[in-house]
Design a protein around this ligand. Structure first.
Ligand code: G3I
Ligand code: 9MR
Ligand code: ZN
Length: 551
């Protein structure tokens, strides 16, 4: 079908702007909401590429900045409507932040804040320590991971990290208000983003054992059926500790210490003590303690092939928080180990550079963010900068290979491809902070356009944002709450050439990577949502909005 793809939410004044046509047309127009033609331009023929499989024509309108509501038309084909404005992403930012509130576990969601999406307290029972004969443990709280009700330490720590590094790099994230219950602190109330993050930090504190190590996850033995969270009454299990969980939690507590000490000294100290205790355990247990699901259990595994990137992150983060040289020495040591770890290239979970990896499994890039925060006081600061600049250059090269200017490669279209993209946009955002370059900004704009609808599915991958936003996330409450639309701001996992669930087989055979997607509630491998698919978007938008504010 002929289509004109646009960013369905819209474009910031002053940003790079384009629509992509999947058919031949030499000219295009922009019409306003009264159908008046307000802009005319010529398209450029890009040709076909291996991620969209379409023969594309690009309609650029970078110099059109007049605020308003528009559509792009070409050869009688109209795009969906979009806006140009200085505040075009303000609602989007609130929505993607508020999702963490909607995913809260434990306490009830109050109608006052949750509206029609309120629910009763959930997962309040104590959890059995799997394989051990000891008292059940209270680990209530935190966020549900995703469409399932599991709570996983590494995934949670990484989502928190995206948000807290967001706060460290872009102060204006502290001003985002998204209508959640206030949390008191020394002399006032926490900024919303820190109130929300505290929910997960409080939970992660409970996931730490006496000896400093951290349980890998707390879930029922198998995934719950489609029920409301409060109706999932199966026994909860704490599955064994892992060195990845222990290291990630040490790292994120040290990061949180620096942020929260400005607001609540006692809480910050508690986080630091817990970080030190976890680190001590890591030092005493130098061998990797990897994780495998218990036989017969099917909840998320979050398996990793190594724990070196996690140990690197923990050392770097503790060094940044304390300034103690021993941690720096450890970070250097782990960096060397990671560089020489043969399997990294063989088994890594992502395509890009090891030291810019920001995902749930490969976290060395998060360690590098901590080192970046220290700046040129460290010997290897130039090398850290280079990791990000080199990766950004690789991404910009990818962008030249498709009509969408999208920095992704064919191999990036795996489970959660939208996160692969959002992690890349984080890298580009950081690289642009190191060395301002127009091509970085352009690649960030193109990535945001893709997420918000300028893609071969003509779909905005954020619920409630865009005329053709996806509506059927694989998300248990949504499946059973009898409410027409899911709450807004959820980021879909997105296209995945693996088509790893039964319903996904309905995607036409030989579809191009960008088209391996279906907006169906059954499609957990294409259309689930998770905390760590929302969190990198918060970082990226915070970067974009802060730059705009500084102008
Ligand atoms: O690492 C390989 C890569 O080398 C290879 O080229 C590529 C192509 O197949 O696959 C890569 O592995 C993928 C891996 O994620 C790394 O991203 C696997 O195919 C893919 O199956 C795996 O998907 C993960 C999925 O769980 C299944 O394990 C997702 O990343 C992860 O986000 C997802 O997490 C689930 C939790 O388990 C449960 N809660 C919901 C959550 C979201 O769906
Ligand atoms: O709903 C589950 C989703 O959150 C997970 O990402 C996915 C992979 O672990 O598993 C989903 O649960 C499915 C289960 O694995 C198999 N039976 C069908 C479940 C979904 O309806
Ligand atoms: Zn719950």
């Amino acid at each position: 079908m002929k289509a004109v793809y646009v960013n369905q939410v819209g474009y910031l004044e002053g940003s790079s702007k384009k629509a992509v046509l999947n058919f031949a047309a030499p000219d295009f127009e922009i019409i306003d909401d009264k159908e008046n033609v307000v802009y005319r331009g010529r398209t450029g023929h890009f040709g076909t590429d291996d991620i969209s499989g379409e023969d594309t024509y690009v309609a650029e309108f970078n110099d059109f900045n007049k605020p308003g509501k528009y559509r792009v038309t070409a050869d009688g084909v109209k795009s969906v409507s979009f806006e140009i404005a200085g505040n075009v992403y303000d609602k989007l930012m609130k929505d993607i932040c508020k999702c963490f509130y909607f995913l809260r576990c434990g306490d009830a969601l109050d109608e006052k804040y949750a509206g029609v999406y309120y629910h009763k307290p959930c997962h309040m029972s104590k959890a059995t320590v799997y394989g051990e004969d000891c008292e059940p443990v209270d680990v209530t709280g935190g966020w549900h991971d995703a469409g399932d009700f599991g709570r996983y330490s590494t995934a949670g720590a990484v989502a928190v990290a995206h948000l807290l590094y967001g706060v460290r790099f872009f102060k204006s994230l502290l001003d985002v208000k998204f209508d959640i219950p206030a949390v008191k602190c020394d002399g006032g109330e926490l900024p919303d983003i820190l109130s929300e993050v505290k929910v997960e930090l409080d939970f992660l504190l409970k996931m730490q054992r006496e000896n400093g190590s951290v349980w890998h996850k707390v879930t029922t033995f198998n995934h719950a059926p489609f029920v409301m969270p409060e109706d999932d009454k199966e026994e909860l299990f704490l599955f064994p500790v892992s060195s990845m969980a222990t290291a990630d939690v040490a790292a994120v507590f040290a990061l949180a210490y620096t942020v929260y000490k400005e607001y609540d000294k006692a809480y910050a100290d508690r986080l630091m003590n817990a970080a030190l205790k976890a680190y001590e355990w890591l030092t005493e247990n130098p061998n990797p303690l990897l994780f495998k699901n218990a036989p017969g259990s099917n909840t998320g595994e979050y398996g990793e092939f190594e724990d070196i990137s996690n140990r690197f992150w923990a050392a770097a983060s503790l060094y940044e928080a304390t300034g103690e040289e021993d941690y720096y020495a450890d970070a250097i040591l782990q960096r060397e180990r990671l560089e020489n770890f043969d399997s990294v290239t063989q088994f890594k979970l992502y395509q890009g550079g090891v030291f810019t990896a920001l995902g749930w499994g490969d976290v060395a890039g998060l360690g590098c963010l901590s080192l970046l925060l220290i700046g040129d006081k460290i010997k290897i600061s130039e090398e850290i900068n280079k990791y990000f600049l080199d990766e950004a250059d690789r991404l910009c090269d990818n962008g030249k290979r498709n009509g969408f200017g999208l920095c992704m490669d064919k191999k990036d279209f795996i489970w959660g491809s939208n996160m692969e993209l959002l992690k890349y946009l984080m890298v580009l955002t950081v690289a642009d902070g190191i060395s301002h370059r127009d091509e970085y900004k352009k690649a960030i704009d193109a990535g945001i356009d893709y997420i918000l609808g300028c893609n071969s599915m003509d779909t905005s991958y954020v619920t409630g944002n865009g005329e053709k936003a996806f509506k059927n996330p694989h998300l248990r409450p949504t499946a059973v709450d009898n409410i027409e639309e899911p709450w807004p701001g959820l980021v879909s996992g997105g296209p995945n050439v693996g088509l790893q669930d039964e319903r996904a087989r309905e995607v036409p055979k030989d579809s191009a990577p960008m088209k391996c997607y279906l907006d169906h509630i059954d499609c957990y491998s294409l259309n689930e949502i998770t905390i760590y698919w929302n969190s990198p978007f918060v970082f990226v938008l915070a970067g974009l909005l802060e730059k705009k504010r500084r102008k």
